[in-house]
Design a protein around this ligand. Sequence first.
Ligand code: SAM
Length: 280
Amino acid sequence: MSELRLLGPAEIRDLAELTGVTPTKKLGQNFVIDANTVRRIVRVAEVEAGDTVVEIGPGLGSLTLGLLEAGAAVIAVEIDGRLAEQLPVTVAQLAADATRRLTVIHQDALTVTSLPADPARLVANLPYNVSVPVLLHFLEHFPSLRSGVVMVQAEVGHRIAAGPGSKVYGAPSVKAAWYGTWRVAGTVSRQIFWPVPNVDSVLVGFERHERAGDESLRKRTFALVDAAFQQRRKTLRQSLSSVFGDPASAEAALEAAGIASSLRGEQLRLDDFVRLASGS
Ligand code: SAM
C-alpha cells in the first residue's frame, strides 16, 4: 500500500491527551515519535505484504501504522484499555484501507495463549519491564512464529543475544537460544521516544530454528538453567544440587553428560544444558 502518514511528536501528544493516557513506567509506556525509526524496524524485520504479524504493546499505534503500511495483517495485543480502544479509531482515520487488516486484543500479553490467526512474525517495541518473559511466552505458545524484531532496553538486548564467555550471558540468553538464533540488529536513540527513557535501546532480531526438544525436555532444561544462573558464582555441582537433590547426585548427572562439575553455569552452552536435562 502507499505511504501512510505516520505518527510524529505532535500526533503522539494529541492522541495521549485524547485518550487521557499519561505514560506510566509500570507499563513501560514510551511511545515512538519518529517515522524513520518505525520504517527502519519494519525494514529490519523484513515484513512483507500479506504477512501476519503479532505486535505486543501497540500503544498509540506508531509501529502498528508502519506494519500496516508494509501491507501486513497485524494482531495487536495491548494491556491498556484506553489505548486498545483508540487504536482502531486512529487506524480508521490515518489508514482507512488498512482497518480490515488490524485486530486489536485488549489483554495482558503474558496471558495470551491463542490468537485469531497464526502469526509468522513478532514485531514490537516491547514494554521494558516484561520484555524477556513476553518474548519467551510468545515463542513457547506460538510455534508459527518464524522470525521477529523487537526493540528492548540495550542491556536486555545484549543479554538475549549473548553467548557463553560474554559477561552478560545468562538465563535469558540460554532460553532464547532454545527457540532460535538471535542478533543485535542496531541501536536506537532514546530521543525518538516520548517520554524520553533513561536507558538506551537496541533492536534484536531472531530466526526460529528446529526445536531442540519436546515440551517436557524444554521444562527440564529451563529448570536447570534457572538453577545454574541463580547462583552464578557457584560451581555446577553446588548450584544444581537443588534440582538433583544433593551435590553428589548433581555431580553424577554432570559426569554422565560429560560436563565437569567444577564449571559454572555461564560456561555452558544450550546443548550442554539439553544433554544434562535429557539424562535427568
Ligand atoms: N508500540 C508502541 C510504540 O512503539 O510507540 C508502544 C510501545 S511502549 C514501549 C509499550 C506498550 O506495551 C505500551 O502501550 C503498554 O501499555 C503496553 N504493555 C505494557 N505491558 C503490557 C502487557 N503485559 N501486555 C500487553 N501490552 C503491554
